[in-house]
Design a protein around this ligand. Structure first.
Ligand SMILES: NC(=O)c1ccc[n+]([C@@H]2O[C@H](COP(=O)([O-])OP(=O)(O)OC[C@H]3O[C@@H](n4cnc5c(N)ncnc54)[C@H](O)[C@@H]3O)[C@@H](O)[C@H]2O)c1
Length: 360
C-alpha cells in the first residue's frame, strides 16, 4: 500500500508513520484492518454513532469492540478506566493493538489508552469526522478532559498508521461539517507560520472555492484534508512536543477551550469554540493595531461564508473564564498566553496582561 502522506519524525524513525487517504468502500477498509492485525489481539474503540451507521460494513467480532457514547463529555477518566479494563479483559499484550474509529473524542481517548496501557501499545487511527481527518488523528496528541480543564491529562503518542476513508464524511451532519471547517480555517490563518516548504494559499482557496466546498465536493474536501495535514506535519515534525513552533496550532484554542469547559463540554462543538476563539483574537489584534481592517474583514467574511454567526457567544462569567484560561496548559505561571494574528496568514504568541481583551 502506497501511503498518501508519510509523516517522518526526524529525531526518531521508529515513530514515522503512513497516512492513507482513500475512497474505497468501508467494508474494504475493514478487510485491510483485519489483515494488518491478523494473529494479534486488538481492541477497537468506536463511536456509538459510527458503529450504528456502518455496522453492516464492519467485520469485527463483538467481543473486541468498545462502543463509546457520543459527546465531548465522554472523553473522561471513567471511560479511560473502562477501556483499560477492556484491554485487560481481552488479554492485550505489548504486541497487540488498539484501533480508534470515530471523531477526535474517540481518537484522543483511545490514543491515550494506547499510550499508557503497558506503557504503550500500537495505535491505529481511523478518523471519521472532518475535524479528525484534517487535524486530531495526526500529530500524536492524546488525552482526556477534566471537569475544570480540557485535555489536562494526556501524552504525546504517535499512531502507527492513519486510515482516512472519505466515505465517512458523507454521513456527517451540517453542524459537524462546519465544526471541521473551523479547524480548516485555523490552518488558513496560520499557514505562513507553519514553516512549510510548499505554499498552498489556503486562505484564497477557501475563499474562491467556498460554494463548491460547502456543497461537500469530495475532491475538494480531499484536497483540503491533504493541505491541512501537510501543514500540521510541517509543524509537528519540527516540534513534536510543543516546545515552540507547535504552539501556532493552538490559534483560537485558549479561549475556545475555556468556552468548552465553562459550558461543561455540552454547548459548543470543538470547531465552533475554536472559531469563537479566533474571532476574539482577531478583535484584539485589530484593536491593538497588530492587523489592519482589510485583513480583519477578510477573516470575518470567511467565518460568515463557512456558516458562523459573527455574533459572539453569550457572555459568560468573566472571572471564571479568565481562571480557566490561567489553568490552561498553554498559560505560563498563571499568565494567559494566546496566539494572535499579526499579518495575513500568520500568527504570533503573546502574553495577555491586558484582560480587557475578554470584554470584547
Ligand atoms: N489530538 C489532537 O491533536 C486534537 C486536535 C483537534 C481536536 N482534538 C479533539 O478532538 C475532539 C473533537 O473531535 P470531533 O470534532 O471529531 O468531535 P467528536 O469526536 O465528538 O465527533 C462529533 C460527532 O460526530 C459523530 N460522528 C463521527 N463520525 C461520524 C460519521 N462518519 N458520520 C456521522 N456522524 C459521525 C460522533 O458520533 C459525534 O457525535 C475534541 O475533544 C478536541 O479536543 C484533538
Amino acid at each position: 500500500m502506497k501511503p498518501s502522506i508519510l509523516v517522518e519524525i526526524p529525531q526518531d524513525n521508529v515513530k514515522s508513520y503512513p497516512i492513507y487517504i482513500d475512497k474505497e468502500p468501508v467494508r474494504d477498509l475493514t478487510k485491510k484492518l483485519n489483515k494488518l492485525s491478523s494473529g494479534r489481539r486488538r481492541l477497537i474503540v468506536i463511536s456509538q454513532k459510527v458503529y450504528k451507521l456502518y455496522k453492516s460494513e464492519f467485520d469485527f467480532s463483538k467481543d473486541e469492540i468498545f462502543i463509546l457514547k457520543d459527546g465531548e463529555d465522554q472523553k473522561n477518566l471513567k471511560n479511560y478506566q473502562k477501556i483499560i479494563e477492556k484491554a485487560i479483559e481481552l488479554g492485550l499484550s505489548r504486541k497487540d493493538l488498539i484501533i480508534a474509529i470515530g471523531g477526535g473524542v474517540v481518537g484522543d481517548l483511545a490514543g491515550f489508552a494506547a499510550a499508557t496501557y503497558m506503557r504503550g501499545i500500537e495505535l491505529i487511527q481511523v478518523p471519521t469526522t472532518l475535524l479528525s481527518c484534517v487535524d486530531s488523528s495526526v500529530g500524536g496528541k492524546t488525552g482526556i478532559d477534566l471537569p475544570y480543564a480540557k485535555n489536562y491529562i494526556g501524552a504525546f503518542y504517535q499512531p502507527k498508521m492513519v486510515f482516512i476513508n472519505l466515505n465517512f464524511i458523507l454521513t456527517l451532519d451540517k453542524r459537524q461539517m462546519l465544526s471541521g471547517f473551523g479547524e480548516i480555517l485555523k490552518y488558513a490563518f496560520i499557514e505562513g507560520s507553519c514553516k512549510s516548504e510548499k505554499t498552498y494559499l489556503l486562505l484564497e482557496f477557501l475563499s474562491i472555492a467556498a460554494d463548491r466546498i460547502l456543497e461537500n465536493n469530495i475532491n475538494l474536501i480531499e484536497r483540503l484534508i491533504k493541505i491541512c495535514l501537510e501543514l500540521k506535519i510541517s509543524v509537528v515534525t519540527k516540534d513534536e512536543t510543543e516546545g515552540g513552533l507547535r504552539k501556532v496550532l493552538n490559534f483560537g484554542h485558549t479561549y475556545g477551550h475555556a468556552l468548552e469547559t465553562i459550558t461543561r463540554y455540552k454547548k459548543y462543538t470543538h470547531g465552533e469554540a475554536v472559531v469563537y476563539g479566533m474571532m476574539l483574537a482577531f478583535d484584539y489584534a485589530l484593536e491593538t493595531k497588530m492587523i489592519n481592517q482589510t485583513y480583519y474583514n477578510l477573516a470575518y467574511d470567511l467565518f460568515k461564508k463557512y456558516g458562523y454567526q459573527t455574533i459572539k457567544p453569550v457572555k459568560y462569567d468573566r472571572e471564571k473564564l479568565i481562571n480557566i484560561m490561567k489553568y490552561d496548559k498553554k498559560s505560563n505561571a498563571g499568565v494567559i498566553t494566546m496566539i494572535l494574528p499579526n499579518r495575513k496568514g500568520s500568527v504570533t504568541e503573546m502574553e495577555i496582561t491586558d484582560e480587557t481583551l475578554f470584554d470584547m
